[in-house]
Write a protein that binds this ligand. Sequence first.
Ligand SMILES: Cc1cc2nc3c(=O)[nH]c(=O)nc-3n(C[C@H](O)[C@H](O)[C@H](O)COP(=O)(O)OP(=O)(O)OC[C@H]3O[C@@H](n4cnc5c(N)ncnc54)[C@H](O)[C@@H]3O)c2cc1C
Length: 444
Amino acid sequence: MTTGVTLGRLARGRIGSDIETAPFWWEAAPPPEGGFDPVPRKVDVAIVGAGFTGLSAALTLARAGRGVLVVDAGRPGFGASTRNGGQVGSGNQKFRVRTLIDMKGERKAVELLREGVEMLDGIERLVRTEGIDCAFERCGRFRGAMRPEHYESMARDMADLRRYAGVDAEMVPRREQGREIGSDRFHGGSLLPDDASIDPGRYHAGLLARVREAGAAVAGCAPVRDIVSDRDGHTLRFDGFDLRARDVVVATNGYTRDVGGYFSKRITPIVSSQIATGPVPQAALAAATPRRRVYGNSNRVFFYFRTAPGQNRIIWGGRANHVARRGSASSFRHLARDLLQTFPGLGDVEVSHAWSGLIGYTFDEFPHLGRSPDGVHYAMGYCGTGVSRSSHFGRKIALQLLGDPDGRSAFNDLGFPSHPFHFAARRAVPAIEAWYRIRDAAAF
Ligand SMILES: Cc1cc2nc3c(=O)[nH]c(=O)nc-3n(C[C@H](O)[C@H](O)[C@H](O)COP(=O)(O)OP(=O)(O)OC[C@H]3O[C@@H](n4cnc5c(N)ncnc54)[C@H](O)[C@@H]3O)c2cc1C
């Protein structure tokens, strides 16, 4: 695919037309058109959402002998699971360890941190035992400090991560960062050598194949319009017909809609965008990313990037530009600008793909799993760090549904907060992000 646009032109805003294309990952693994199976009238477990959460739950339930149907409003895999950056971590960097301890107490904080590490190990185990060909690699993560004071607080946090979560973590001072990244934009950074990268499209395709082999049905283009619960189970309303299910798992994350007010009051969708470049000259790429890790920075509104598996392309992501019309070239302009501020020599490199997706934010910034007051099981709210978490939570919620003690999670008893002005939260996202950008730029 080609857009005929270079990073330099995109950054300067010299493109009038739309640029949005399909995600880069869809070239190797396009989500199946239409979806496979018809929706029956009755099933043991209905799972709403065919992303990593829904598929991981389906695999566990189908292997345990349950009759499972996964439905998705779009093509199976239409959501964030095939649109993300494929950076795989533990989710433990969402809060500073000290902040987590202040919020939850040391014992609970340690439990949460250790489960984060389990999630990272779990996705590797899943990929290996299922034999999914998706370029999973423990490439390590470098996170650049945008200011000297960020470096200092990152150093304290890495020491805490080592102490409380037992993870391998180190700091790379500015004078040595050339071995990690060919840019002088950062004041040193942190390194998590165990973090990983994956091709999320191929991971999703592999998981989908395993789920179907395990005997679960998957129906795409089947939007659920409502879920009505009673004493004996649940009725899922589709356009023109109903489905009865003894149990339901809602796995809709940032795309949550029409699955009941309980969830829409708790999840705020936030747009996140990415661009992929065409081939970068070998020498320039080797200078920019000598170790081909996954990368990010320390700002509140951060950017993140990596190279494409087996190719000389850069995949660069960040929050959306809310001022621009969605899909327009200007809605991706800030990504090209950030990339060129980091690697100024790449202005002539082409942009091959530009796309967006929805992440699911929660009001306490923790992911949640459990059972709603109506008895609907759910797992969601990964706040932008969901590749390993969704795979782990999908399995956990399935085990909980099966009554298996291994389903216990440290995240279960956190309480899933709603907000009385949840509808306003959606509208407030652009203003909050703009405010954070100002604070990032002005350092206060
Ligand atoms: C651009 C972008 C970059 C990201 N980068 C990273 C990254 O590098 N690392 C990382 O860890 N995480 C990243 N994430 C987050 C990660 O992708 C998600 O947390 C994860 O994929 C969530 O998986 P899921 O299965 O819960 O939801 P999704 O994959 O979003 O699937 C939800 C599905 O539910 C369906 N649905 C919703 N409502 C209904 C309904 N009423 N009826 C039927 N179906 C319905 C939707 O169609 C959708 O397909 C990124 C996200 C985005 C958008």
